[in-house]
Design a protein around this ligand. Structure first.
Ligand SMILES: Cc1ncc(COP(=O)(O)O)c(C=O)c1O
Length: 471
């Protein structure tokens, strides 16, 4: 029997890694700690399909409906729909249920790929708002409210606006004002809250988009709460959106046999949220504060932990260590797995599944590194591309156009036929249909030299790129 995947997963589990990455249950430890182990040990006996009594996610009337209704109350939503294909399918359904083909939709430039994919599927015209990036850390800061208002004013025919809130790095902005302004112009507000399912667990955290006036909010329960990977939720607030249309779109985008194991894991996550979440979150935030204090005013280490305090960005760039290096060292030498790295540092996702011991091991690892690294190197500066490339074709036109392959250095000024997505966090620097710029090519070439992974391009060696063949 081929057991390639199983063997690898068992090896990983047995490595005893500290998890500062998703999923939020942290290698199952929260289930063990809180007494949910037995239910999960029986899990294979619970796998089923739509039979008498199990209800149907695509037309929920019984147990799934009851579960969703209870969750809606807990999350302050008017309606909650469970998702078994991640926030990805929730975003796509929300967009396509709100915008008819050929209409405009406003979005932050650093949107998740599912937003662009929805534009391809739904034949929509994306209108981008620039995202602010911190020069010192490459941390994505989110949009400026003034830029959002300007973009809305110049695109009053747009049907909807979709924004990422909070960003992957946990940064936030004044979403309430944005919702009020968009609503005054009759636009639906969709929020990609993939990284914010936990926000209402403490008033020391920023307010969730559900509270700030958004109409549709999609959350990756599996990322920041203890649900299984792929288990997400779509919440609806108010009456600006047609729930039936969202459900029809979800029938296109999700399996007709949704996994009961994933649905069950959502219910478990909500149970933990309700019974233990607030207390565990207070403990977590206190532990993070203590951890930060240990490194307060220390030389050569920068710890960014400003808004959503469950996200910690650590940089040793003053020692000449790139985030990619730090990521590798932490995993190899200290068995600590971070969520992502950029050139300047690493991002840790902490959840109510983490405990004091995880932070103790992190502290020891950083202390050790600060002691060991004697020589200061200077990191070459990198400049995240600021300007949004010019769009010549909409994503759908570009997707279906014929393409040809050319050398990457000859592609400047040509229309891209491919995505260029530095991973993580999976934000596209260029989308099909946009003009390739010198700035973008220079950024990815330097990034790859420094260890950045770029996805989207067919040629992983970054020698060639597909452009739109206009002849
Ligand atoms: C900002 C953002 N939105 C959406 C998604 C998609 O979420 P999911 O993995 O639940 O499909 C991700 C995944 O990493 C993300 O980072």
């Amino acid at each position: 029997m081929g057991k390639y995947i199983l063997t690898k997963l068992q090896e990983l589990r047995d490595e005893n890694l500290v998890s500062f990455h998703v999923p939020g249950h942290k290698i199952g430890s929260i289930y063990e700690k809180l007494g949910y182990k037995q239910i999960l040990e029986e899990i294979y006996t619970l796998d089923t399909t739509e039979i008498d009594g199990t209800d149907n996610l695509h037309n929920a009337k019984e147990v799934i409906k009851n579960s969703q209704d209870k969750t809606a109350k807990i999350f302050n939503a008017d309606k909650t729909i469970y998702l078994v294909n991640g926030t990805t399918c929730g975003i796509e359904a929300a967009i396509m249920a709100t915008c008819n083909p050929k209409s405009k939709i406003i979005m932050n430039r650093d949107c998740h790929q599912s937003v662009i994919n929805a534009c391809i599927l739904g034949d929509l015209e994306p209108i981008y708002i620039q995202t602010q990036i911190c020069r010192k850390t490459n941390i994505i800061q989110g949009v400026n409210v003034e830029d959002v208002i300007k973009t809305i004013d110049s695109n009053l025919d747009a049907k909807a606006i979709i924004l990422t809130y909070p960003t992957y790095y946990g940064t936030t902005y004044d979403l309430k004002s944005i919702c009020e302004y968009a609503h005054s112009k009759d636009m639906v507000v969709i929020i990609d809250e993939a990284h914010g399912a936990h926000l209402e667990l403490s008033n020391r955290l920023p307010k969730s988009a559900i509270i700030q006036g958004a109409d549709i909010i999609v959350q990756s329960t599996h990322k920041t709460l203890p649900a299984f990977t792929q288990a997400s939720m779509l919440h609806i607030k108010g009456n600006r959106v047609d729930e039936k249309k969202i459900l029809s779109m979800l029938r296109f985008l999700e399996s007709s046999s949704p996994s009961y194991l994933l649905l069950n894991s959502l219910e478990l996550a909500v149970d933990i949220y309700e019974k233990h979440g607030h207390e565990l979150m207070e403990n977590l935030l206190n532990t993070i504060e203590e951890f930060k204090l240990k490194f307060k005013d220390r030389e050569n280490i920068l710890i960014y932990n400003e808004m959503d305090k469950t996200k910690i960005f650590i940089s040793l760039k003053d020692l000449g260590i790139t985030g990619y290096n730090l990521d590798e060292i932490l995993r190899r030498d200290y068995k600590i797995q971070v969520e992502l790295s950029n050139y300047y540092g690493v991002l840790l996702i902490c959840t109510i599944g983490n405990d004091k011991e995880d932070f103790y091991r992190l502290e020891k690892a950083l202390e050790d590194l600060l002691l060991k690294i004697k020589e200061k190197n200077v990191l070459e500066d990198t400049k995240y591309p600021e300007s949004i490339p010019t769009k010549v074709l909409n994503p759908r036109e570009a997707f279906y156009s014929s393409k040809k392959t050319i050398k990457i250095e000859d592609s400047i000024g040509k229309i891209s036929g491919e995505y260029i997505i530095p991973y993580p966090p999976g934000i596209s620097l260029i989308s099909p249909g946009e003009i390739i710029t010198q700035e973008i090519i220079a950024y990815i070439q330097q990034g790859v030299k420094n260890g950045m992974i770029v996805s989207g391009l067919k040629d992983t060696n970054l020698e060639y790129i597909d452009i739109i063949d206009i002849n």
